[in-house]
Design a protein around this ligand. Structure first.
Ligand SMILES: [Zn+2]
Length: 515
């Protein structure tokens, strides 16, 4: 082990001690040792042992650790710190702008244990509530994490959804529109995506020169019939290449392996017509079209054969916004702005459900502010009742449309709600007298997420059984790419919700998306 590696061990040890809030002088000793060892003119491994302790900057405790490192290749005390610190906390050392001291605050005071949670907290403006974290730090931390994540190569579906059109357009420009087809995980609308996949009707030899631009993407993998590039933003781009039938190729690379294997078994002699969309494949098989997002399991093919495909929720099915935070808590807009935007989009009503009082980091509402907010909602609803433009009718397509004629339409309405924290013991965040002033209550867990399944279940079931709970919010508390949810028995929760007439939220936040 050379001096560089020895110094690295001391450096990491110093940082982990700091993160764990150890005594300043102990920490400092290790940091100085790292600094000195790095600069030594001779290699410690070649220095006679008895001379080690006479080297300037290496005292008794550092010297012993050096010997341990040279003999065993590890430091026992460092291994202990590593195993006692959550991996997500150690990972924070990769983020520019937060040193060990700040990480200590993040971990011990904010109770955040992963980068994903930290990013989420930045977005919720929670960092600024702690000493040493101003708006500027928060902004820098957010940007640094986003950069770090994009380099890790994992993306949320919503992130890719934003950049996908540019990439598709670029490819279509390079290869002509009929030779480029989207496929794979993105086409199936998976929750998180590692590779954006396209079928390109061209050979590797034709494709590669087109990417030799001034700032070429990195070619990470080259196979006979596919290429893998890494773009500057960290996204991996898989291109299925070659002279094969493009319709067949798209079909076979879109579905999961389980789905395509079963399909080929069920319809062994199917003909793939070149240039057609893959709807033609289903037509040839004489079964209804299976949308890409459903092509995961073998069982879905049986459902298609027997005409039992589920009807999927479409954008036009959405007739209101329900779980919404205004600037009364941690949202950005006023009630009026939110309501007007809903009216503009043809939605029928808006449910305002700001954070409850325990969520202090999100400016959760105390009782007096709830009363004030309700007064404001009453006043706005009165206005809407008089405004012709807020009268809505469903048109023939099922889509709500503002109807100035107002014949039989009903006025736009804001419902009074709250996103009540589910407290540690499963109770809601207000006494009954307050709870009954809401039109509906969304109950969600936001803190104390580390529970075993039994405790988590008792807590959730108690909240579900509360007569004031209308909706169970983001059931597992998970944050995609950053935090696993707490363990729950989904079946039992669904049964409890059914028995208590509680609605289960399908949370549409790109990081949540449970259940
Ligand atoms: Zn929430």
């Amino acid at each position: 082990m050379d001096n560089g590696a020895i110094a690295d061990n001391f450096d990491l040890l110093a940082k982990l001690m700091d993160i764990n809030g150890e005594n300043y002088f102990k920490t400092k000793t290790c940091a100085i040792a790292a600094f000195n060892i790095e600069k030594l003119p001779m290699q410690l491994k070649d220095t006679p042992r008895e001379k080690l302790f006479t080297i300037k900057g290496i005292g008794d405790s550092v010297g012993k650790k050096v010997i341990e490192l040279l003999d065993t290749g590890k430091l026992e005390v460092l291994s202990e710190y590593i195993s006692n610190t959550p991996p997500g906390v150690i990972e924070m050392l990769n983020i520019k702008g937060i040193g060990p001291k700040k990480i200590n605050t993040i971990w011990k005071q904010m109770e955040i244990e992963s980068l994903g949670e930290l990013l989420y907290a930045c977005n919720e403006n929670r960092l600024t509530l702690f000493k040493g974290f101003g708006e500027k730090t928060q902004k820098n931390v957010r940007e640094a994490i986003e950069f770090y994540f994009s380099n890790q190569g994992h993306f949320l579906y919503a992130q890719l959804d934003e950049i996908y059109p540019q990439i598709e357009n670029y490819l279509k420009k390079l290869f002509s529109a009929d030779k480029v087809k989207i496929t794979g995980a993105y086409r199936r609308q998976e929750l998180t995506i590692e590779e954006l996949e396209f079928v390109i009707a061209a050979t590797n030899e034709n494709i590669k020169p087109k990417f030799e631009t001034a700032q070429p993407p990195e070619l990470v993998e080259e196979n006979e019939d596919n290429l893998l590039y890494k773009l500057k933003n960290g996204l991996k781009l898989r291109l299925f290449t070659g002279k094969q039938n493009i319709t067949e190729r798209q079909f076979l690379t879109t579905g999961s392996k389980e789905f395509t294997d079963e399909f080929q078994k069920a319809f062994p002699s199917i003909k793939y017509t070149v240039g057609e969309s893959d709807e033609s494949v289903f037509a040839a098989a004489k079964i209804p079209y299976i949308l890409p997002c459903l092509r995961e399991t073998a069982a879905i093919i049986e459902k298609a054969k027997t005409n039992k495909l589920p009807k999927l929720i479409q954008t036009e099915d959405v007739c209101s916004i329900i779980h919404s935070h205004s600037n009364w808590s941690d949202g950005s807009n006023t009630l009026e702005e939110m309501a007007n935007e809903c009216i503009k989009r043809g939605l029928e009503y808006l449910v305002i459900s700001d954070h409850s009082q325990t969520a202090f980091y999100a400016k959760g509402l105390k009782e007096d502010r709830i009363r004030e907010q309700h007064n404001q909602i009453d006043a706005l609803n009165k206005q809407f009742a008089l405004q012709p433009s807020s009268r809505l009718e469903r048109n023939s397509g099922g889509q709500a449309q503002p109807s100035p004629k107002s014949s039989g339409g009903h006025a736009f309405k804001i419902f009074k709600s709250i996103e009540s924290d589910i407290l540690y013991d499963g109770s809601l965040d207000y006494p009954e007298a307050v709870l009954k002033t809401f039109d509906l209550v969304i109950a969600s867990v936001h803190s104390n997420l580390k529970m075993n399944e039994e405790k988590a279940m008792t807590r959730l079931i108690k909240a579900i059984e509360n007569p004031y709970t209308t909706i169970l919010g983001h059931m597992t508390g998970r944050l995609l790419l950053s935090r696993n949810g707490y363990p729950v028995d989904h079946k039992k929760i669904i049964e409890a919700c059914a028995a208590n007439h509680v609605v289960i939220e399908l949370n549409a936040h790109p990081r949540r998306l449970d259940i």
